[in-house]
Design a protein around this ligand. Structure first.
Ligand code: UD1
Length: 425
């Protein structure tokens, strides 16, 4: 197992470049299964979830190469339609192979997905929607067996704009026989990126990024080359880290429009920002100001994935703040780690109440999920003294060599291996 050791309270200065968005790369790689040809995907971040997705594609018969930046998937031949329980359990996005296998082979067998335990995370919207397109899906315990004689377009109104369900419908409907309409579709930038990828391959997807998406089925898709959009959640992570540790960070390869829900929050914390075409400089000199309440909501509102890192910043804000989580039921599990660092926080009715303290102090803590781990890193970089964060495998699911980017800014952060139950001298 691996841990970070961080000596905090060092001002950060310098520049970092955003890698490709995890939440774009995963659906795009999965959708490459639909193409009888080659997909060349640039800016594909080197994350464990990306490697797992590429392993699944290989297991289904695709020829895959990856140099840590560009993935090449030749899916001319796909002759296996089952994914093992072990592989599907590794990440939530494996459920997108349901749509991809239905679209490509019209049948398959996978298992209910795994992923971070930040809530119940059911897949009912995925299963109901794909059934509406004509799939027979049998759920036997954790096993999902599915087949379809034919997938036909439908009008599907989602009860909630689920990111994954929107993607699964798009992926399955691209090769269907008529037009599918998704009403109340998710509008996250990653949905538009998936649509761009599919359209470049010959699909007809209109309205991505809006309330209604229309997917006109086509007979086949052709080889494609695509560059994944920059990771907006990584941008918000660096912004939080700057607000926590103080200093000045120039973030390169930014899509400012994707940060519209995030930038005003950092202004209200008292950070200064300078923006260029694809750069954002954030400067933080003083103790952050508190915020009355931030509520996470689907895009274009404040993202749930940025919530834990923002909480970490607010722990040392001047005054009281609160954050309400409206997407996942169990997304404050990292708060115990913040408390161990000296934060004065408590959770009630899906809201985290934060009474800002002057300083946090280093401690030994354990990561519990991907963004919760990023929150602990954010807090530790601003805290006085030495923090050890165990279980950082979570970080590697969504951040490519995070410690390298942070070290280049002047942070004192190192990765080390440990055995379960180790004791410090
Ligand atoms: C995606 C992102 C994740 C992000 C989330 C919300 C990826 C790989 N992951 O996850 O980082 O936090 O969007 O922006 O892109 N729900 C149901 N039934 C369903 C599907 C979802 O009840 O069938 C619920 C979920 O339990 C959750 C909410 O809807 O409470 C949001 O889920 P969803 O938008 O689907 O998130 P994911 O696609 O899992």
């Amino acid at each position: 197992m691996e841990a970070f050791v961080i000596n905090g309270a060092k001002k950060l200065e310098g520049e970092v470049t955003l890698h490709g968005a995890k939440n774009s790369a995963l659906p795009i790689l999965t959708a490459s299964l639909l193409i009888k040809g080659t997909s060349v995907i640039h800016n594909c971040p080197d994350l464990t979830d990306v490697r797992n997705t590429l392993d699944i594609l290989t297991g289904l018969g695709c020829k895959v190469s990856y140099n840590g930046e560009t993935a090449v998937i030749d899916s001319t031949v796909v002759d296996i339609n089952t994914i093992s329980r072990f592989q599907t359990k590794k990440m939530r996005s494996s459920i997108l192979f349901l749509g991809a296998l239905l679209g490509r082979l019209k049948s398959g067998e996978i298992y209910l997905p795994g992923g971070c335990k930040i809530g119940e995370r059911p897949v009912d919207l995925h299963l109901d929607s794909l059934s509406r397109l004509g799939a027979d899906i049998i759920c036997d315990g954790e096993k999902l067996s599915f087949f379809a004689n034919k997938l036909e377009g439908e009008e599907i109104k989602l009860d909630f704009p689920s990111v994954g369900a929107t993607e699964n419908i798009m992926i399955a409907a691209v090769l269907s026989s008529s037009t599918t309409t998704i009403i109340n579709a998710a509008r996250e930038p990653e949905i538009s990126d998936l649509a761009d990828f599919l359209n470049k391959a010959g699909a007809r997807v209109r309205g991505a990024g809006e309330y209604v998406i229309k997917i006109e089925g086509v007979k086949s898709l052709h080889s494609v080359e695509h560059t994944v959009i920059p990771d907006r959640i990584l941008a918000s992570t660096y912004m939080s880290i700057c607000a926590s540790a103080k200093g000045s960070i120039l973030i390169k390869n930014v899509r400012l429009s994707h940060l519209t829900p995030i930038i005003p929050v950092f202004y209200s914390l008292g950070c200064r920002m300078n923006a260029g075409a694809d750069i954002l400089q954030i400067i933080s000199k003083h103790r952050p100001k508190s915020v009355e309440n931030i509520t996470t909501k689907p895009y274009p509102y404040f993202p749930t994935d940025s919530q834990p890192m923002l909480s970490a910043v607010l722990c040392t804000a001047k005054g009281k703040s609160s954050i309400t989580e409206s997407i996942f039921e169990n997304r404050f599990i990292y708060a115990n780690g913040l408390k161990a660092l000296g934060a004065d926080v408590y959770e009630k009715d899906n809201t985290l109440y934060i009474n800002g303290v002057k300083r946090l102090y280093g401690a030994r803590v354990k990561a519990t999920d991907l963004r919760g781990a990023a929150a602990l890193v954010t807090a530790a970089l601003g805290a006085k003294g030495r923090t050890v964060i165990e279980n950082i495998a979570y970080i590697d699911r969504g951040y490519e060599s995070l410690e390298k980017g942070l070290s280049s800014l002047g942070a004192d952060i190192k990765r080390f291996e440990y055995e379960e139950g180790y004791k410090e001298n």
